[in-house]
Write a protein that binds this ligand. Structure first.
Ligand code: CP
Length: 296
């Protein structure tokens, strides 16, 4: 079973993952499992939390470093993944700059877990974000979630907006005009409106590396216009929380002094990343037996 897009998951699968992530139990396997983590883009949180999840589940990891592999000799993604399947890996986690890269891998029979495809999707981040929100509010129905920042280039925004809407949340976006994504049918509001009304304020990183033009938006005035300043934080409801997938551009999306305030769940999200990635590995490897055992 792959996890490539949040569209792959039915609501019952999402609920299973949310509840399984909170359980510390591990799935006993007969054989030692082996994984390969292929990161063609930099990562700290996703890579290290999959590392930690594998460690805690007793999964052995193959050592793959893109710049030391035959990728540097021009080997294709398909041939690299086919090689890893052939030498006996049980599953593969892939981050790649190309949107929908996984469409090249339809002939691969071991599970592929998408750790981010360009500006496409980031399903494991979305699931750990859902876990963080559920821990706070218990359910999603009617919850006001404002997603603020570089919507057009953000895979986190795409996975989260459509999934939160499926779960009953009211999603809105905040973004400068040139980072808005008109293919997504969510209303755009101002940052002041978001701070006053949202239960969850989800900030996004400005993705400089994906910008075609160097100066797509005036970064010097970004915090004042679209970011979370100390003044705006005071406008938030007592019960509202701040989230950010990180890495954070301190002083751009958020005033540096707000990163660790009481209502920030940014480091909680990272902690939840390990729990959720363990649940995802179990789901992808053992979905049928888990279903048969009716674990929920
Ligand atoms: N949130 C996230 O995907 O972080 P990394 O790029 O560090 O993995």
């Amino acid at each position: 079973m792959n996890l490539l897009s949040m569209d792959d998951l039915r609501l019952e699968d999402i609920n299973w993952l949310l509840s399984h992530a909170e359980q510390s139990e591990q799935i006993e396997t007969q054989n030692q499992l082996t994984a390969a983590l292929l990161f063609y883009e930099p990562s700290t949180r996703t890579k290290l939390s999959f590392d930690m999840a594998c460690h805690q589940l007793g999964v052995h990891q193959l050592d793959f470093q893109e710049n030391m592999s035959s990728v540097s000799k021009g080997e294709s993604l398909y041939d690299t993944v086919k090689t890893i399947e052939s030498i006996g890996a049980d599953f593969i986690v892939i981050r790649h700059p190309k949107e929908n890269y996984y469409k090249e891998l339809e002939q691969i029979s071991i599970p592929v877990i998408n750790a981010g495809d360009g500006s496409g999707e980031h399903p494991s981040q979305c699931l750990l974000d859902l876990l963080t929100i559920k821990q706070e509010f218990d359910n999603f129905e009617g919850l006001k979630v404002a997603i603020a920042g570089d919507i057009k280039h953000s895979r986190v925004a795409k996975s989260n907006a459509k999934t939160l809407e499926r779960l009953g949340a009211e999603v809105s976006f905040v973004s400068p005009m040139n980072w808005q994504d008109q293919t997504l049918s969510f209303p755009y509001i101002t940052m002041d409106e978001a701070c006053e009304n949202a239960d969850v304020l989800m900030l996004l990183r400005v993705q400089h590396e994906r910008h075609v033009q160097q100066k797509e938006t005036n970064i010097d005035s970004y915090l004042e216009q679209f970011g979370l300043t100390k003044t705006r934080e005071k406008m938030m409801k007592d019960t509202s929380i701040i989230m950010h997938p990180a890495p954070i551009n301190r002083g751009i999306e958020i005033d540096s002094d707000l990163v660790e305030i009481k209502r920030s769940r940014i480091f909680k999200q990272m902690k939840n990343g390990v729990k959720m990635r363990k649940a995802i590995i179990n789901y992808c490897l053992h979905k049928e037996e888990l279903r048969n055992e009716n674990i929920n």
